[in-house]
Design a protein. Structure first.
Lengths: 137, 137, 137, 137
DNA sequence: GTGGTCTAGACCACT
DNA sequence: GTGGTCTAGACCACA
């Protein structure tokens, strides 16, 4: 379910955040569904509960989950999440920087468009594979 | 010449790296041209010399500059830089992740294409402004 | 009758307390009238009986209800409740802090007065709506 | 400089946040001025560095300070802070609840207005005292 | 020196 | 059981 890379530059709690976001936003975790408890996930990943706690707290702050003390942590509604302008703005800026650097490396507009097309096709393929994988589970 | 933003989450040495890359790859610093010395640049930017030193070392590792002991640091050739498959691969992966996250947030292929178009136009504008600015200097 | 919001940061027993207070103090629950039993309310709200129990105990401690062993929990008299200097003092202190923080954020006395006026009007509207709603029930 | 109340219902890191906000927003800590380092403040308050760290991180997230790794934490500009709509919204909601509860306790609009007037006068007095205090330091 | 992350283990309030 | 806070002490990257 989770793939932690301890050697990655991305810190553990950030990896938990981004992977949990993916589970929620792809619908694997549906609205109102309970996330594993802090202690449970910390056991599964063999990391400290505080690390999971930090990730969950940030997910709540960003509106991806909501917390009920004594009950647990639950996935928020996709409609709410998608209204998150901050996330969109950050992604746009990343995109801007990446495109600019590609042009610096000599890529033409046409080459970049071709690259994007390839990525879209691969992503589409990836999603189909994932869906088939989750169906069979 | 340089714009450091202390409030940015990007560390200072990373800002030096990306701005120096931009100067080289846009041709402001031509092949073989000498970069300011570590001490000089650290004085100009009022940052710690160690910080500039770290940026220069990383630029050399990535092939953007080469160091001649006793003489200083010089811009590498654009042809060499652009042959750097590692950089291209990393940018492609960043692009892939960013596009995927945008689709997660509900963006359609059409909306993403429109966004890319906007970014290209803004970047074109940006480069024109920069060129005019450097001409007058 | 009750509106629990699990997503709220306010804990469930606190939500029960404040809503029960509102029912008593607005006269929906009249002096001496019996509150639903702990078990009954916990079933209605689908929350843990301990949670309702905790809310009732706190309401009694604050003088809003009184318990007759074996019979249940009853609304106290408004006259008694309103003589509660502790509640008034706490609200005054909350008010003081809130007003001060608004001035910190740059609000002038005039802007705060305008804000208060708006809140009074909205509250008046709210109460009219609620009364109509309870009449039809 | 700081007054921590370990018995308070407000947690330590929240007390640090609110008191640091007050120092910034009242101008005791001016824009760009350095806050005490995490370790230093933790020593002063005899609390764990992690607790101070948590408070600083939240202050940064809310835009009251900005962080430069390796240099420290600095007060942000008042102009930026005052554009924080979230804080204003939360204070407005607190105000709404408080006013409503006062009316529940039998307060008339006139009595509440008189109370507000008293609080404004006391707060004005309080601020004059504080300014004199900081002048003499 | 600075902030940032992580572990280990404790205690609390809420359900 | 749940999440939330706190301590003690370690290690890392950055300036």
């Amino acid at each position: 379910m989770f793939q932690l890379d301890l050697k990655s530059r991305e810190s553990i709690y950030e990896q938990i955040i981004s992977q949990m976001k993916e589970l929620i936003v792809t619908g694997v975790l549906k609205e109102g569904e309970k996330l594993p408890s802090v202690r449970e996930l910390s056991r599964i990943l063999t990391v400290n509960p505080n690390t999971v706690q930090k990730a969950y707290r940030e997910l709540e702050r960003q509106g991806y989950v909501y917390t009920v003390t004594g009950l647990g942590c639950f996935a928020a509604s996709l409609a709410d999440i998608r209204r998150d302008e901050t996330a969109i703005h950050q992604l746009t800026e990343t995109l801007r920087t990446t495109l600019r650097q590609l042009t610096y490396l000599g890529f033409t507009r046409q080459e970049i468009d071709a690259l994007l097309d390839r990525l879209f096709r691969e992503d589409h393929q990836h999603r189909n594979d994932t869906e088939k994988g989750s169906e069979s589970t």
